[in-house]
Design a protein around this ligand. Structure first.
Ligand code: F0G
Length: 458
């Protein structure tokens, strides 16, 4: 008999979450200017805003925290983290930072200047923000299949090699400080990049003498998809695949709040000692001394343990199976979502969900607000609001995809919560024809507006 599947963990500590009425939520979201970031967390029942820093640490991570070394310089915890990075990711040098965007800030301070271009696969918004802030340009070279949510391609995070080569040919290497490969590619739906693509990118990078950095927030989930979908790697362990992936990179930035399963932390890792030295100065200015860089000793201990747990097949299987569980319920209910289902989240295709709403009325945000009002579920818009305005023309940038992301925190919710989310979504979907109007912007910041934007219902 084939035994049924069950999670490889049990629960040792619980946290109360709060129910509310639709009437209360209508009032709260109006007061929050229809910006889900402005809500108090007690006013959210199921919080799928992000999988970043919201996961549950294990008993081993908590016990590692108790023996953190809080010395300013040379802490044991720094060396524990250094050893974990060397063992799991293969990099010699590393700098701790308080989170992923801080890693970007430090690395880019040492590498990117005005007028540069940085090709990659749908750069994450903070990555793009840090590039554009330096008056450089992020060029998206993702394969076209990624922008059609109905195409079932196994590696929708892949870089289109022709698009990449065009950029590498067009600009001199002095203007291309790096290629950034985001694994998994968050902005295109938590979609993986294949090892084959990583090898091909390496070849092009060598030909044009440009370094490669991986934005590695969800590198372990990427490795899990490689094991399942790329024939050559199906018999390797996750840790072996991770080694294989990183062989083709010169360095990485990491938001440890994802696949290292901690609530706060990040780092930069690299092979070049010269770059390490250059970046160290910026780390000291922006983050802290090189052996703690914005992290406490206990957090570095938990991170090192998290890197090990996060690259365990059984853990990853439970994690990704839960995301698939919700995704499959959505598909069964006819809800248009990005396919194949991503690693950390479900991405609702809002243009197909509410085709009657024009793009000027922020379609994805309109769907996200409905989810909150009807069910107390908080997702996030990955559409026009997130895409910001063009830095030169100040016109809205309308991305190909208008998505609502429901990100699943690691080891946090049960499948009953997933059932609840699926039911609420179905209810909204079944009455979608009643929606006549979207939203308008009342005020916004000049860059990264989606955190603080204020909106009103039309
Ligand atoms: N890169 C990727 C691919 C990310 O998804 C994130 C964060 C970052 C970099 C920045 O890291 O938050 O630690 O500063 N993503 C979060 C999210 C915020 O909700 O997807 P950070």
């Amino acid at each position: 008999m084939k035994l049924p599947y069950a999670e490889p963990f049990k629960i040792k500590m619980v946290e109360k979450i709060h129910r509310s009425t639709q009437e209360q939520r209508e009032k709260w979201i109006k007061e929050a200017k229809y910006n889900l970031f402005n809500l108090k967390s007690q006013h959210v029942f199921i919080d799928l805003l992000t999988d970043s820093g919201t996961g549950a640490m294990s008993d081993k991570q908590w016990s590692a925290m108790m023996v953190g070394d809080e010395s300013y310089a040379g802490a044991t915890s720094f060396y524990i983290m250094k050893a974990a990075i060397k063992k799991i990711l293969g990099f010699e040098h590393f700098l701790p930072t308080h989170q992923g965007r801080a890693a970007e800030n430090v690395l880019f301070s040492a590498t990117i200047k005005e007028g540069d271009v940085v090709p990659g696969n749908s750069h994450f918004d903070t990555t793009k923000g840090h590039i554009e802030f330096r008056k450089a340009k992020a060029i998206d070279c993702t394969i076209d299949e990624a922008f059609d949510t109905t195409i079932n391609h196994p590696f929708k995070g892949n870089i289109d090699l022709d698009k990449l080569e065009k950029v590498l040919k067009k600009y001199p290497k002095e203007k291309i400080p790096m290629i950034i490969v985001t694994i998994t590619c968050n902005s295109s739906g938590g979609q993986p990049v294949s090892v084959q693509n990583m090898k091909d990118i390496r070849q092009l990078a060598d030909k044009y003498e440009v370094p490669i950095f991986y934005d590695s927030a969800r590198f372990a989930e990427n490795a899990y998809f490689i094991k399942l979908r790329e024939e050559a790697y199906k018999n390797m362990t996750i840790k072996e695949i991770v080694h294989e992936m990183f062989k083709y990179a010169d360095g990485m930035t990491m938001s440890s709040k994802k696949d290292a399963i901690v609530n706060m932390g990040g780092f930069i890792a690299m092979r070049s000692k010269e770059l390490y030295k250059k970046a160290s100065t910026f780390n000291i200015i922006y983050e802290g001394y090189v052996t703690y860089g914005g992290m406490s000793g206990r957090d570095m201990n938990a991170l090192a343990q998290g890197l090990d747990e996060g690259t365990d097949f059984d853990y990853l299987e439970a994690r990704i199976k839960q995301v698939q569980y919700l995704g499959e319920k959505c598909i069964a209910n006819g809800i248009p979502i990005q396919q194949p289902i991503g690693g950390h989240a479900i991405f609702i295709d809002a243009k197909r969900f509410l085709p009657q709403i024009p793009k000027e009325e922020y379609i994805a945000q309109t769907v996200a607000i409905e989810l909150y009002i009807v069910g107390g579920i908080r997702g996030v818009e990955i559409g026009t609001i997130l895409a910001d305005r063009d830095p030169e023309t100040r016109e809205n940038r309308y991305p190909d995809l208008e998505l609502v992301r429901l990100a699943i925190p690691r080891r946090t919710y049960t499948n009953n919560h997933m059932d609840y989310v699926a039911t609420v979504m179905k209810q909204i979907f079944d009455t979608r024809h009643e929606a006549k109007k979207g939203l308008r912007i009342l005020s916004e910041a000049p860059i990264m507006r989606h955190f603080t934007v204020e909106l009103d219902k039309l």
